[in-house]
Ligand binder design. Structure first.
Ligand code: NAD
Length: 470
């Protein structure tokens, strides 16, 4: 046997990972036909929209899709045909935290992975390389292999690879074009190694050889969970220190800078904030907690659980700071929340800190005005409806969605910066100040703004990780 030369790729799942990842493969491999499929017709229609109103906002994605779509990149809801025609299939479906049943609140819900795997087995008439792109618990590849083998047609063989995705939303295209590393896990059999080589050959079209790491399949699966857990752990560590800074008068930026200059530690991912969000960090750590508990390793589970607990505490702590500072009551007061995405340069709101802040402000009977440069209003209503224990009608009486920062801040007593959009750095804060009630407060949950400039204007400024006088 020799490695298969891949001519056609199918990607199941046209989301934040499947879409950009396979669009970049299509861009860099014009000799390969790449079809990205999804059951969600609206999403596929958006990927195919004539005016490139793509379903996700990601800097640079538009250009990639413009170049490759219709040439060798296709989006479709015809999952079965794309599976049948492909030599290699990425499974890039969602793996959310389970909401109910065994492991609820911790374990990954593998229903979508299993359904996609069963579909592959049901419709494939030729051999395939099946690649786990989704983030999954360690040894999921084994389950996929068993399902595929039990349901395959004669003469169909399936080789499973793990190829977790390390892109970060907001910088996905840059990350995909110049990845720190591409990780490919395979079984150590001759067939496993051949399948691995087929995928290495694809990435080699643009990724330098020393950035393509081939390992065992279980190491690959675990590495993805480990990488996210360690990134989140750094944020929780710096956030824990931010609380000490506020209590002592130390400055978290100065501490982070001093600590990060140690080459053993490094400066990245040491920015204190109102807490991490996004679809992955919390989910993947909880997944690791569940895995540790299942393996009868309670101390390991407790260790990682603390990273998530610190994050929850940080979000609550920030809400409490707002209430305490506004003279212990925000009832009837207007609070402007700037930013609803979980971080800048994305329209993704999954697990965004803004959602939990707004829930707390509403519970305190404040009115809230929200502005985000990218997030659709429909999405904001859906998210709030999900987490606020009130009817949407009641929520809409307390919340106003705005189309500019100025509109959101007019008449407000406090502005809360919840997402580090560059736009908030550049707005005319003098005009904002004039339109607000006095004293006018700014709460910077992202260490974004220039506090001394704001104070000169007249604002009372509260910054996460700084124990300065207001
Ligand atoms: P997503 O929810 O944006 O996309 C998943 C898509 O899969 C959805 O559009 C859904 O309709 C589709 N889907 C589900 N089952 C299907 C099926 N049987 N057939 C066809 N389509 C199906 O999720 P995402 O953010 O792209 O994440 C996908 C995976 O990648 C997850 O495991 C996630 O943990 C992981 N991941 C995400 C990121 C990130 O930044 N979002 C980064 C690295 C890894």
């Amino acid at each position: 046997m020799a490695p298969v030369t891949v001519k056609k790729i199918c990607c199941i799942g046209a989301g934040y990972v499947g879409g950009p990842t396979c669009a970049v493969i299509a861009l860099k491999c014009p000799h390969i036909i790449v079809t990205i499929v999804d059951l969600n017709q609206t999403r596929i229609d958006a990927w195919n929209s004539p005016d490139f109103r793509l379903p996700i906002y990601e800097p640079g994605l538009d250009e990639v899709v413009r170049e490759a779509r219709g040439r060798n990149l296709f989006f479709s809801t015809d999952v079965d045909t794309a599976i049948q025609e492909a030599d290699l299939i990425f499974v890039s479906v969602n793996t959310p935290t389970k909401k109910s049943g065994v492991g609820a609140g911790f374990a990954a819900d593998l229903n979508y992975v299993e359904l996609a795997t069963r579909r592959i087995a049901a419709v494939a008439t030729t051999s395939k390389i099946v690649v786990e792109k989704s983030t999954v618990p360690c040894r999921t590849a084994e389950s996929m292999q068993i399902i595929l083998e039990a349901n395959s047609k004669p003469n169909c063989r399936f080789d499973i690879l793990s190829n977790p995705e390390f892109l970060a939303e907001g910088t996905a295209i840059g990350d995909l074009l110049a990845p720190d590393r591409v990780l490919i896990g395979s079984l150590q059999s001759a067939e496993g190694k051949d399948a691995c080589q087929s995928l290495v050959d694809i990435y080699s079209n643009w990724v330098p050889a020393d950035r393509i790491l081939t390992v065992g399949v279980w190491s690959s699966e675990l590495s993805k969970l480990a990488a996210n857990a360690m990134l989140a752990q750094r944020i929780s560590s710096i956030n824990a220190l931010s609380a000490i800074c506020e209590a002592t008068g130390a400055n978290i930026d100065e501490v982070a800078n001093a600590v990060g200059m140690d080459s053993r530690i490094g400066p990245k991912f040491l920015k204190a904030s109102v807490g991490f969000g996004g679809s992955c960090f919390q989910k993947d750590i909880l997944n690791l907690v569940y895995l540790s508990e299942s393996l009868h390793l309670p101390q390991v589970a407790a260790y990682w659980r603390q990273v998530v607990e610190m994050n929850e505490w940080q979000k609550k702590r920030f809400s409490k700071t707002v209430v305490d500072t506004l003279f212990n009551t925000i009832t009837g007061k207007r609070i402007a929340v700037l930013g609803f995405a979980f971080k800048a340069d994305t329209g993704d709101t999954r697990e965004s800190a803004s959602i939990s802040l707004i829930r707390d402000f509403l519970a305190e009977r404040a009115t809230v005005s929200v502005y985000d440069p990218q997030v659709e209003h429909e999405q904001i209503w859906a998210d709030l409806d999900d987490v606020v224990p009130k009817s949407l009608d009641e929520i809409q009486k307390q919340v106003t969605l705005c189309s500019s920062a100025f509109e959101a801040c007019e008449g407000a007593e406090a502005v809360v910066v919840a997402t580090e959009w560059k736009e908030f750095l550049e707005i005319d804060w003098e005009t904002i100040y004039k339109s607000m009630k006095k004293p006018a407060f700014v709460f910077d949950g992202r260490l974004l703004l220039d506090a001394s400039k704001l104070k000169q204007i007249g604002f009372k400024v509260v910054i996460i990780g700084r124990g300065e006088e207001i």
